[in-house]
Design a protein around this ligand. Structure first.
Ligand code: DGY
Length: 322
């Protein structure tokens, strides 16, 4: 008998076929997110769950007594309650590597859009306001500017490579551990956070959300940044104190921001960030290309199948690796 699994999001046909070869499955095939009560019912007798955002808590696990593996279709797994999963012996997997370059592209999109005011000027042209060459179109150079990257993981590295080799930027970074190989390869420089904040034209955070990164960037950090600097975030909204960010933007402490992520998602309609011309806002699209999302779904399917067929999935999240 094939193991039973539930897929809590629509997936490409090829990915579904792979799962069908090994599992007895049901799937949530609707665009809107699966309602919690439907999910709780569906997981009652499954051994595997594939989910776009695995909010896996002790309470959730109580509804899924047979669950062995949760395959998250994302690299970030901040919605996993690691202790609860350990206590129940549930394997958690994610999808690293396949989206790294895609998210790094978007980080550069945010840098360029913020610095050169692309979104604001797009609206300017489309609203018929363009009359001639006006000084008010000026933005800020990206090439040869200083980029400070907080978090030099896999994606941080890809951003650093683009910055150093493509845009000939001066790249500073902070990280839990120093990366001498990258320093040598790309000429990037490790430094203290305070030095990075004071000396960067663009401060970019690329951190996972954990207890130790929650609201890591707040009022003090913004106060150290240059008044001409931009703040860029396409990792997790909660690594920033969003109220402090709003204050820094309102008071001219920093020049602007490029944000793919927010404290609450979808962002609330009355969030002041949505009213600011010097803030670029995106709906958490870091990995949103057809290829990256296909590869993520395929990787998640492989992890799911391995987990329910007694093999060791390739991408168990680090905290749950034995
Ligand atoms: C991830 O993979 O964690 C992304 O943020 C989801 O798009």
């Amino acid at each position: 008998m094939k193991p039973k699994v539930y897929i809590a999001k629509p997936i490409p046909k090829e990915v579904e076929e792979l799962i069908a070869n090994y599992c007895d499955y049901k799937i949530w095939n609707h665009e809107e997110p699966i309602p919690k009560e439907v999910l709780l019912k569906e997981v009652e007798d499954v051994e595997g769950l594939m989910t776009p955002k695995g909010i896996i808590t002790e309470e959730f696990l109580a509804y899924a007594p047979r669950l062995k593996v949760v395959s998250n279709v994302a690299v970030g797994y901040d919605a996993f309650d690691i202790e609860a999963m350990k206590a129940r012996n549930v394997i958690g997997t994610h999808t690293p590597y396949v989206l790294d370059e895609t998210v790094a592209d978007l980080a550069f999109g945010l840098i360029l859009t913020s610095a050169r005011r692309l979104a604001e000027l797009d609206q300017f042209v489309k609203s018929g306001k363009w009359r001639g060459i006006e000084d008010d179109f000026y933005g800020q150079d990206v090439h040869h500017a200083t980029l400070g990257i907080i978090g030099m993981g896999r994606i941080g590295e890809k951003i650093a490579r683009r910055a150093a080799l493509g845009f000939e930027m001066n790249v500073l970074y902070t990280n839990r551990t120093r990366k001498p190989d990258l320093e040598e390869r790309y000429g990037i420089k490790y430094c203290e956070t305070e030095f990075l904040l004071k000396n960067s034209d663009f401060v970019l955070v690329m951190l996972p959300l954990t207890d130790s990164t929650y609201q890591l960037i707040g009022e003090k950090e913004f106060s150290l940044m240059r008044s001409t600097a931009f703040f860029i975030n396409c990792s997790r909204g909660k690594v920033v104190d969003e109220k402090a960010l709003i204050k820094a933007l309102q008071n001219g402490i920093i020049r602007g921001a490029g944000l793919d992520v927010f404290e609450e998602e979808p962002v609330e309609k009355d969030n002041p960030l949505l009213k600011m011309d010097n803030v670029v806002t995106l709906p958490h699209i870091g990995s949103a290309t057809a290829k990256a999302r296909f590869d993520m779904a395929m990787k998640a399917a492989e992890n799911l199948v391995a987990g329910v067929t007694g093999k060791v999935p390739e991408n168990i999240v680090p905290e749950l690796k034995i």
